[in-house]
Design a binder for this molecule. Structure first.
Ligand code: ADP
Length: 774
């Protein structure tokens, strides 16, 4: 006996065939957005098998399975499908990573549900029984299934809602709107299945899956908002047509009723004719009205173009050009923001290939981070060659932009613009107009993009001029900088020149005295020899005078040589492990007689306990000798000089340890203004004879060069030296303190050990003080 065809069976059969076909098509189209397409294929395959199962069970071919198992299989399928849907959702939204935790949770959950429902652990039927209530194993199993499904679909819903909220891009939002529809239908289908409304659930599921496939596989989706707007326009126009027709008809009937030969047919035809003529302009009007009402923006392209080219034609200033151009366009199109980028091609990036440097000007004083697009980058390729706007949506989704580097992608994403319109001058890409999302939430329609291209063409000349103007300004700034450098170099030359003449001055002044002495002595000597009046005593006296003058000459030459080494930064130090105590004691030894003559007491404290330091002992002796000499010189007879030393802890690292030696006296002191100046070349405070009570002639003192040399030597060791005169008062003798800080192990000498090395020393220079020669 022939069975009557079961419509549900036929329906399910058709659904199954559809899944099968689409699974095939989907898997063939892999390569578009691979992971999403793979998942989609899998989704279809699973849906196909589930439908096949339903068909077979209806045909009774699965009778060998127990009824309850047969009833549960679709539910397991549903749970698996929801897990797949969640992942499909993730890859559709282009979320980072593969979501392994979701996979793990999903698989574990499904396994647990199957174990519970199929009772693989042989649990009792009633898991828990309380007073008047009990927990059934099957109840738990079913709840876990529904709950798992809820988690996966809930997760998908949350992710979708979040992505919608986060993106401002209307095209992305449009895509997500479609996806939400697929999501809604899929959820509804599951709800229908739980409610046992078969085969309606299969229909919903099919529809949801088809929409999901459409969204994943199609790049340009019809604009939902625009469709809604069109529908509203058509509804309004239909309504209007009916109203006009009826009103016109009634009016004509009323007017022409009494006219002989009146025919309602004729009136109807006339009204139809009038409406046919009116329909088109009326539709345009209604559409414009609806657009303006909904999106709040609207413009007349011709007027806009005229206004635009008039406004920007004479602008030379880039900021102003950006302000006017972006301002006008934003106002017309309702864009929230925009910027004008100046594009410069530069040869030779890191890998030798060229790149484009994009500098953004908003015209509102905002600073946009400059961008770099490599010459080979797909985005740059498009912008420099295709005379067409590019949308951020394209960059995000189109396979041709997939190779865009993460840095370029990040920069573009950071700009948060919707559309980029290239500007060319003589075929060369020179600028980019970027516009942010419209305030209305609309995308940039094709008409907008055409107008934007034309506006970009209009901007080309103005932009080129502004760029030239900007380049000139930059050149100007560079020239000014070079000029400043030149002036500084000139000043330095003048300083060196001054230093040179100072030297000549010192030479002439300082050398003259001993030289005259030499000449004088030798003259007397020769005269006395000639007339035979030379006694051995006088001869000895005269040769001693010549010797003293010769020694002075040598000292002066030495000092000048030191200063010239400091000037040319070529002071050579011989480093070795040295004891500061012995250096100071040697330096003190030099001045023992002078101290005695001046009845001054000199005490040394705390130097013995200091660690050995790596330094040039001879040079350090020179430093301390000079400080002691000064102390003697500027302290009245009977005064005190105290040298103290202590270790400064440089922290845990012994390498950073330093020692401090202070040479203090009870002399005339130094005014705070001079604390630094006395280290400058040739600087001396006032007339020393008015201060010093000294009668002793000291050797070694230069005309204001001693402290300059001392500082040069200390700094070459990586140390510091400075002067203080606490409680300085002109009338009293407050005394001076000279602090010398020296590193125990100077970094510059770490590898040198005891070898000779050249220290780069920058001496204090540039004093224009007049020379005071002692
Ligand atoms: P000079 O070789 O002429 O002494 P310095 O460079 O050693 O030159 O010193 C520069 C100036 O610093 C001196 O002219 C003096 O005025 C001042 N000065 C140096 N040491 C002391 C000191 N211990 N007390 C007071 N003034 C000092």
């Amino acid at each position: 006996m022939m069975k009557t065809a079961d419509p549900t069976l036929i329906f399910l059969g058709l659904v199954g065939v559809l899944y099968f076909l689409i699974a095939g098509v989907t898997l063939k189209r892999r390569g578009f957005r691979e992971w999403a397409v793979d998942l989609l294929g899998l989704y279809f395959v699973l849906s196909f098998f589930l439908t096949l199962g339903q068909v077979l069970s209806r045909l009774g071919w699965l009778a060998f399975l127990a009824d309850d198992v047969l009833a549960r299989v679709p539910l397991y399928g549903l749970l698996l499908l929801s897990l797949l849907f969640l992942h499909l959702n993730r890859s559709f939204l282009r979320l980072e990573g593969a979501g392994w935790s979701w996979w793990a949770l999903g698989v574990a959950w499904i396994a647990a549900v199957v174990v519970l429902n199929e009772n693989l652990l042989a649990l009792p039927q009633v898991l828990w029984a309380g007073k008047g209530w009990s927990i059934q194993r099957q109840g738990i199993g079913f709840s876990a299934l529904v709950f798992g499904w809820g988690i996966f679909m809930g997760g998908a819903t949350l992710l979708t809602a979040r992505a919608y909220r986060r993106t401002q891009q209307p095209l992305h939002r449009n895509r997500i709107t479609y996806w939400s529809l697929a999501l809604g239908l899929t959820i509804a289908s599951a709800a229908l299945l739980f409610a046992g409304r078969e085969p309606l659930d299969s229909g919903f599921h099919l529809l949801g899956t088809l929409i999901a496939a459409y969204v994943v596989l199609t790049y340009r989706l019809p604009d939902v908002r625009q469709m809604a707007r069109r529908t509203v326009s058509y509804l309004i126009i239909t309504l209007l047509t009916v109203i006009i027709y009826t009103a016109g008809f009634l009016l004509m009937e009323y007017v022409f009723q009494s006219v002989p030969g009146y025919s309602p047919l004729l009136v109807g035809a006339t009204m139809a004719l009038i409406l046919a003529i009116l329909f088109d302009p009326l539709l345009g009007l209604v559409q414009r009205l609806v657009n303006r009402l909904i999106s709040g923006a609207g413009y007349d392209p011709r007027r806009m173009l005229r206004e635009y080219s008039m406004s920007i034609s004479n602008i030379l200033h880039l900021e102003r050009l950006a302000m006017v151009a972006v301002g006008l366009i934003s106002e017309a199109m309702g864009s929230q923001r925009g910027a004008l980028f100046v594009v410069h091609y530069e040869k030779g990036g890191k890998d030798g290939s060229g790149y484009f440097r994009l500098r953004g000007v908003t015209g509102r004083g905002e600073d946009l981070s400059p961008g770099v697009l490599s010459f080979e980058s797909p985005v740059a390729n498009y912008l420099r060659l295709k005379n067409r706007p590019l949308t951020q949506y394209d960059i995000d989704l189109l396979p041709r932009f997939r190779e865009t580097s993460p840095a370029e992608r990040a920069w573009l994403a950071n700009l948060d613009m919707d559309v980029y319109v290239p500007i060319y001058a003589k075929g060369e890409w020179i600028g980019l107009l970027a516009l942010g999302p419209k305030a209305s939430g609309d995308r940039y329609f094709d008409d907008d993009l055409v107008l934007l291209s034309t506006l970009a063409d209009q901007t080309a000349v103005a932009l080129k001029n502004a760029r030239l103007f900007g380049d000139l300004k930059i050149q100007n700034v560079e020239n000014e900088r070079l000029n400043k450098e030149l002036t500084a170099a000139n000043r330095e030359l003048a300083r060196l020149d001054q230093a040179k003449s100072d030297f000549i001055d010192i030479a002439s002044h300082e050398l003259r005295t001993p030289l005259t002495q030499v000449y004088g002595c030798t003259d007397i000597l020769s005269e006395m020899i000639k007339d035979g009046s030379l006694t051995p005593d006088t001869g000895l006296q005269l040769t001693q005078g010549i010797r003293k003058a010769g020694r002075r000459l040598k000292e002066i030459v030495d000092i000048m040589f030191d200063v010239s080494q400091l000037d040319t930064e070529t002071l050579v130090l011989n480093a070795s492990l040295t004891s500061v105590a012995s250096i100071v004691s040697m330096a003190v030894g030099v001045w023992a007689t002078a101290l005695e003559e001046r009845k001054q007491t000199l005490t040394v404290e705390g130097l013995e306990d200091l660690p050995l330091i790596t330094a040039d002992g001879r040079r350090l002796k020179q430093v301390f000798s000079h400080l002691i000499q000064n102390a003697i010189k500027y302290t009245p007879d009977g005064g005190r000089i105290q040298i103290t030393g202590h270790l400064l802890d440089g922290g845990m690292l012994s390498q950073d340890q330093t020692i401090e030696v202070v040479v203090a006296d009870t002399g005339i002191g130094i005014a705070p203004d001079d604390w630094e100046r006395i280290f400058e070349k040739f600087y001396r405070v006032g007339d020393i004879m008015s201060h010093s009570t000294g009668k002793t002639k000291f050797k070694g003192a230069g005309p204001g060069l001693g402290l300059t040399i001392a500082r040069g030597i200390v700094e070459a060791h990586g140390g510091r030296v400075w002067a203080e005169s606490p409680g300085h008062d002109e009338r009293t003798c407050p005394g001076s303190e000279f602090h010398v800080i020296l590193p125990v192990q100077p970094r510059c000498m770490e590898s040198a050990g005891s070898e000779t090395f050249v220290a780069a020393v920058r001496a204090d220079t540039g004093s224009d003080q007049p020379l005071l020669v002692s």
